[in-house]
Design a protein around this ligand. Structure first.
Ligand code: NAP
Length: 462
């Protein structure tokens, strides 16, 4: 069995799930193939009805799901409720595609002939998900995969498996045929080989290291891979920005979910003329953050998801100190008794020089690296000074600067006077550079990965 511990108090075991064997994973693929055969032939409107009923069930039992999320992942109840609601939105949104065209008719020079473009499911999809948004990440993959007629093996993160099992049960209750969706839990050393042995497509959200391993393994077999990987998202505050607006938006973008959002702001570039005024606003806003257990209604920032991750995040801060970074807020673990057994890290602000590790490396925690720039051009150069390209934001009152920033930012998502996070289910989503792959998630483009195109010519008359 795999034990799941409460990040707010690691002495408490909140769930136990099976540690599957490689043979069990292989058997799950066999069942998925058989189930795919029926599901792909189901009327798309019937597939949509299943997704719609599942969305209704998720909304009806939202509080159960939110509490599971908090107990496994540590985020606040308010954050967990948003995740549950958005999960239902994903299923509803992709259900609506059953009423959209699934192909097109093309003219054909041959007499009596009509050629059509048909859109088919790809087969059995392996969806590998991380622990940071452990309900919504599966949902953004399951919505398009299932409406298109695929079967799915969902590999849940070992820190957060119960919420994936909860969602799968509700889909089953909504009428999803047996084995069209199966949740896999287990240790990578045991099941990775079997997991990667026979999918028709792999959609992965997680680290660049595992993404690179998947790319190598799957490319050799020509298995398509969608990868949503790391980030070092930037917010840029130009000299003409509304500093009050920018400070409240940036603090939320950096510290919501304790910085464990793929789109969290982790680098901040402030025009040098506004740097002192902006730092004081940031410090005030950070002072208002209440760190504590996610189930406490007073808490506005929960613990990190697990102890080793907390230690890794604190290690990044220590290294920043050694390299000359100035920690101007936070930087440690809250020592108070009630929080002593949790995976807490204080919201942390570090002034760095571009080039230092904290400027370059993904931390995935509540740590914001801040640098200054002299004018728009330098700010854009610094914003793009990263191997990643997930999300970028600019704060300005100039339409020209806003438009120029959108043009120049090397990021799949760009926001103006808004957070780097917060994209909706119908907004195409995915990173540039080492943050992603050619396939977008969400929105209409999200269906492309889960479908293949067959061109069919039919001669009706001769
Ligand atoms: P991770 O270590 O790559 O794990 C992600 C998933 O991959 C987990 O389910 C993990 O299972 C599984 N996995 C690990 N090694 C595997 C292997 N050899 N074979 C098959 N599966 C394997 O990532 P993480 O640390 O959990 O997640 C944080 C990362 O995700 C960050 O880099 C973050 O930026 C990224 N992320 C990106 C996005 C985006 O949209 N771009 C969104 C969210 C998160 P176990 O849990 O059992 O190890």
């Amino acid at each position: 069995m795999l034990e799941v511990r409460d990040p707010a108090d690691v002495r408490s075991v909140v769930a136990e799930v099976p540690a599957m064997t490689a043979a069990e994973v292989t058997a799950a693929y066999d069942r998925a193939r058989a189930a795919f055969d029926g599901w792909r032939r189901a009327n798309p409107l019937d597939r949509a009805a299943v997704l719609g009923r599942a969305a209704d069930l998720i909304r009806a039992r939202a509080e159960d799901g939110a509490v599971i999320l908090v107990r496994e992942n540590g985020k606040t109840l308010a954050e967990a409720r948003v995740e549950v609601t958005k999960t239902a939105d994903f299923l509803d949104y992709y259900a609506s595609f059953a009423r959209q065209p699934w192909g097109e008719l093309l003219s054909d020079a041959r007499p009596g002939t009509s050629t059509s473009v048909r859109v088919e499911p790809v087969g059995v999809v392996l969806a590998i998900c991380p622990w940071n948004d452990p309900l919504i990440t599966p949902a953004r993959k399951l919505g398009p995969a299932l409406i298109a007629g695929n079967a799915v093996l969902l590999k849940a993160a070992s820190q957060t498996p119960s919420i994936a099992i909860w969602a799968a049960r509700l889909l089953s209750e909504a009428g999803l045929p047996a084995d069209v969706l199966q949740v896999v839990t287990g240790r990578n050393g045991e099941i990775s080989g079997a997991l990667l042995a026979s999918p028709d497509a792999v959609t992965f959200t997680g680290s660049n290291e595992v993404g690179a391993l998947l790319r190598r393994t799957l490319a050799a077999r020509n298995v398509r891979l969608q990868a949503e990987l790391g980030g070092k998202n930037v917010s840029v505050v130009l000299a003409d920005a509304d500093l009050d607006l920018a400070a409240s938006v940036v603090v939320n973008a950096a510290f919501a979910q304790a910085g464990q959002r793929c789109t969290a702001t982790s680098r901040l570039i402030v025009d040098v003329s506004a740097a002192a005024a902006f730092e004081s606003r940031l410090r005030d806003a950070i002072a208002g953050i209440v760190v504590g257990p996610g189930l406490d209604p007073a808490t506005t920032m929960g613990p990190l998801a697990y102890a080793a991750h907390r230690d890794g995040v604190l290690g990044h801060v220590e290294r920043a100190r050694r390299e000359g970074g100035a920690v101007v807020a936070g930087g440690g673990r809250p020592a108070a008794g009630a929080l002593a057994h949790g995976c807490y890290v204080e919201p942390t602000l570090v002034n760095v020089a571009p080039g230092q590790s904290l400027w370059r490396d993904e931390v995935f925690g509540p740590v914001l690296a801040v640098a200054t720039a002299d004018g728009f051009d330098q700010a854009v150069r610094l914003a793009n000074d990263t191997v990643y390209g997930l999300s970028a934001a600019v704060f300005t009152t100039s339409l020209t600067a806003a438009n120029e920033f959108i043009n120049l930012a090397e990021a799949g998502q760009v926001a103006v006077n808004l957070p780097t996070a917060g994209w909706d289910v119908h907004h195409p989503f995915g990173g540039f550079r080492e943050s992603g792959s050619a396939f977008k998630e969400q929105g209409a483009p999200g269906l492309r990965f889960y479908t293949r195109i067959k061109t069919a010519a039919v001669r009706f008359a001769w």
